[in-house]
Design a protein around this ligand. Structure first.
Ligand SMILES: Nc1ncnc2c1ncn2[C@@H]1O[C@H](COP(=O)(O)OP(=O)(O)OP(=O)(O)O)[C@@H](O)[C@H]1O
Length: 866
């Protein structure tokens, strides 16, 4: 510094005299500058030769500025800066003032009241960002020391900690209660009558069976095991089932003729399958791998649309999917929820599918009896687990899967290999239970591989398939005679099921001496059956096996029964009416289903607490990192051009920081939330499909699921916002920031669920993260929205929630500075519209909701295609 270096007129309080004037509150440095200019002409500018520019005609100091020396005689003025000063000014925003009458923006931590003659320190409990004209009161509990330029809000931190604490207590108490429940022994005092009618007397099972179905009294295939009948739970279970299915009045029978399924022309998966399955009969479907068994069952259930032939239900051509509330389907793979216990899985199915008039106590009693019957009482409170983390055994999981269908008391049940994974005893006990409910009139169709002899003999009828065509359809007892007539001899000491499987898979040469079976045996078997089925004593057009006919013939002679002529199984209008009424009653109401699904989903989240807390932790970390990146700015995330007439005083503008905080915040939320969101929504497609195809309300499931993740979204965004708020200290209020973050979380969850529905499970998390990064990039920061507008692509960008999110951030951080800066200029340059926070929030909500609707449509479309 040159000039009069020895002279110092600065007093202790910072005032100094210059000529005949005294100047207030100048720093020593500024005083030095002033002294430097003593040698210059009295222009008021510190730089030699500078010609000042008047900023006002009189002593007018704009809001947020400090104009200590100006007067009406010497109005505020701007002195062109020296080159060095200009550089410093643009880069750092310092080097004020350039002249003694030049206003400076009121420094951070201070405020300069109206008039600009005073620069006062911000008191404790208030804060003053750069250019303040009055102190801003800090929020309750915020940290605001003297001369603070920002506030550090602490109440949200306290709220967050309180929530975490409460959550920990809830989880802890929940686990304690469930552990207590596990220890408590269940006792039956009496059978609870489901609909509050007079309790049913404790009839014995036999009587009930006889009453329930005319065919049941004489059903073949071995009586129900004594172990089972001596179980008191079995009696309770049978009474409930008997009451539920009302098969005294009507059951479900199926007639199908010349069924075809060709997914693409020429690809015959099912061909010419005809038959009749009477209500209350127990059928086994057998065949080699790829013979078309599952396809047949799916076609019969209406899950797969047949491309030829016809199906009748109770003698009427009807869409099978209409009966889904009365049908149970146990898939080949165990589609159960691993985070739930055995009992919870079965109870959920019962609650959703049993009549809405049932009291919950009755449902629970029914479920308990069922669990006992399927031999799972000892593990009923164990989590089911999955292949990665098994808790119960594979066989037990299979029984859960069966139990979930039996819990719905179906009138017809289709089972795809229900005994796979079960040991011999477990398989027999399940088959005995199925046999028992069949006796009540439930139609049972089971795909089975290699059954034990005892199980095999338990089936009334067999449908044997090979290459998608029928090889045999008729009484189980008649198979050896039928195949005997073709030249096959069943070994006496071998399991007939094994012999049959060998024959129908083309490996039956060892049972025959006829060399004709050496070449294309399966095709020949199909041909033989066709010609057999066309015999006049069999059927003219439909081969039908009436239970009653079968039993009559069994009683009359020791000869095994043979297929007989068809008998119409058409239900009467009254029976159809009964069926309709039963269907109408079945299933919990929509709100109840949504509630059960939501509750179940919350239980899943609590059980998956590792990923739940991890997600929240990642949210906190992401907020912390973004906050840290903005920490050094001390809350000053924007600097614009000063309002006229002080515009020329503007130093380095900063249009980037605030929008970048928005951009980074959006991206961080995308990274933190998309993968967990896919997990929550995308991993249950199979469960959804299973439940939807058994009559659960798809929308109730979805709404329940959506609502159940709202607390998760709120908690994640709370943690994100708290850490971001504490470190970045933006000018926008915490509540506004929290709302914006939460709605963006809401959008990311919605987007991730769309991705989860549309792609394969394993690809879901990665693609969801990518999708959320894309919407973040389309946030209007880089490229700036103003440029996007120039490209006429704003519409595209506006489809991304990122733009609305960033706009909300920009808007709420800029608006408090409206008195100081030319915000319209900044808004034009950035491309964002200011002052429409509510609209931004509304649109974020709409976009998030649209994503959810799209995800739902995708889910339903995929389900319908199956
Ligand atoms: N929609 C479809 N499109 C094309 N091919 C299909 C379709 N459905 C089934 N198939 C094919 O039809 C054949 C029979 O399948 P299906 O699942 O019915 O056999 P399966 O007898 O149940 O076999 P497994 O005992 O091995 O389960 C298989 O080769 C299968 O790939």
């Amino acid at each position: 510094m040159g000039g009069n270096d020895n002279a110092t007129l600065a007093s202790e309080d910072g005032d100094f005299a210059f000529g005949n004037q005294t100047f207030n509150n100048f720093t020593t440095l500024e005083a030095g500058r002033a002294l430097y200019s003593l040698n210059s002409s009295v222009t008021g500018c510190f730089s030699n030769g500078s010609v000042p520019i008047l900023l006002a005609q009189n002593d007018t100091c704009s809001l947020g500025f400090f104009c200590p020396n100006s007067s009406n005689a010497q109005p505020p003025q701007f002195c062109p800066a020296s080159q060095v000063c200009q550089g410093t000014r643009y880069s750092k925003g310092t080097c004020d003032p350039q002249g003694m009458f030049e206003p400076i923006v009121c420094p951070a931590g201070h405020f300069c009241p109206l008039g600009g003659k005073q620069k006062l320190a911000c008191e404790q409990g208030t804060y003053c960002p750069l250019g303040s004209y009055e102190p801003i009161k800090c929020a309750n509990g915020a940290i605001c020391a003297k001369e603070s330029q920002r506030q550090i809000v602490t109440v949200p931190l306290g709220v967050m900690i309180a929530f975490d604490f409460i959550l920990a207590i809830i989880v802890g108490v929940g686990f304690a209660i469930s552990a207590m429940r596990k220890r408590r022994k269940r006792t039956y005092t009496a059978v609870i009558n489901p609909e509050g009618e007079k309790d049913i007397d404790a009839d014995d099972v036999e009587l009930l069976e006889k009453q329930s179905h005319p065919a049941a009294a004489s059903a073949p295939g071995g009586d129900i095991d004594e172990d089972l009948t001596s179980n008191p739970d079995f009696k309770i279970f049978m009474r409930y089932i008997g009451k539920l299915i009302k098969t005294k009045e009507v059951g479900l029978s199926f007639e199908f003729e010349d069924l075809q399924f060709e997914p693409t022309p020429g690809k015959r998966i099912l061909h010419g399958v005809s038959g009749c399955i009477e209500s209350g009969s127990m059928w086994a479907v057998m065949g080699g791998s790829g013979a078309g068994k599952s396809t047949f069952v799916n076609v019969l259930m209406g899950k797969t649309k047949h491309t030829g032939g016809s199906i009748k239900v109770n003698g009427h051509h009807k869409d099978m999917s209409k009966y889904k509330k009365l049908i149970g389907y146990v898939p080949q793979d165990d589609i159960v929820l691993p985070e739930l216990t055995v009992r919870e899985n079965i109870l959920h199915s019962a609650r959703v599918r049993l009549p809405m008039t049932w009291r919950d106590k009755s449902i629970q009693a029914f479920v308990d009896s069922l669990i006992s019957c399927i031999g799972l009482s000892h593990v009923q409170h164990s989590l089911v687990g999955d292949a990665n983390k098994p808790v119960i055994s594979g066989g037990q999981r299979k029984r859960v899967s069966i139990g979930m269908e039996l819990a719905a008391a179906p009138m017809a049940i289709f089972l795809d290999e229900p005994t796979s994974g079960l040991d011999a005893t477990g398989a027999s006990s399940i088959m005995r239970l199925l046999r028992a409910i069949t006796k009540l009139g439930v139609t049972t169709i089971t795909i089975i591989h290699q059954p034990r002899e005892q199980i095999f003999n338990g089936f009334d009828n067999l449908l044997l398939l090979g290459n998608g065509s029928e090889i045999y359809a008729g009484p189980t007892d008649f198979t050896s005679e039928y195949f005997g007539s073709l030249g096959f001899k069943f070994p006496t000491r071998a399991n007939p099921a094994d012999t049959i499987m060998d024959i129908i898979t083309g490996n039956g040469q060892e049972y025959t001496e006829d060399p004709a079976w050496a070449d294309k045996p399966v095709d020949k078997l199909i041909e033989e059956w066709r010609s057999y089925a066309q015999k006049p004593d069999f059927s003219n057009d439909l081969h039908l096996f009436r239970h009653s006919t079968f039993h009559a013939s069994r009683e009359d002679s020791l000869q095994p029964p043979k297929p007989s002529r068809p008998v119409s199984m058409m239900s009467s209008p009254e029976q159809e009416q009964t069926l309709l009424q039963t269907m109408k009653k079945r299933g919990a109401s929509w709100p109840a289903q949504a509630y059960y699904c939501g509750k179940r989903s919350i239980t899943q989240q609590v059980r998956n607490r590792g990923s739940f807390f991890f997600e929240i932790g990642v949210g906190a970390l992401a907020g912390g990192i973004i906050g840290l990146s903005a920490f050094a700015a001390k809350g000053q995330l924007f600097r614009g051009l000063y309002k006229p007439p002080f515009t020329v005083l503007s130093s380095a503008v900063d249009y980037q920081s605030v929008s970048q905080v928005g951009l980074l915040g959006g991206m961080a939320i995308g990274l933190a939330a998309s993968a967990p969101a896919v997990k929550v929504f995308g991993e249950e497609k199979l469960v959804f499909n299973r439940e939807a195809s058994s009559g659960h309300s798809m929308s109730a499931y979805y709404v329940g699921k959506m609502l159940s993740v709202l607390p998760r979204i709120a908690l994640s965004s709370l943690h994100f916002s708290v850490f971001m708020g504490i470190l970045a200290t933006p000018l926008m209020s915490f509540n506004q920031m929290f709302a914006a973050n939460m709605l963006y979380f809401y959008c990311v969850y919605g987007l991730a669920s769309c991705v989860g529905m549309a792609v394969k499970r394993e690809d879901g998390p990665l693609l969801a993260v990518m999708a959320s990064l894309i919407i973040g990039v389309l946030g209007g920061v880089a490229p700036p929205l103003s440029k996007v507008k120039a490209w006429h692509l704003e519409g595209l960008w506006r489809m991304s929630p990122g733009v609305w999110f960033t706009e909300a951030y920009v808007s709420q951080n800029l608006l408090p500075l409206d008195y100081l800066y030319m915000l319209d200029q900044a808004s034009k340059q950035m491309g964002f519209t200011l002052g429409q926070y509510s609209l931004d929030m509304g649109i974020l909500f709409v976009i998030g909701s649209v994503y959810r609707v799209v995800a739902y449509v995708l889910l339903v479309t995929v389900q319908r295609k199956r």
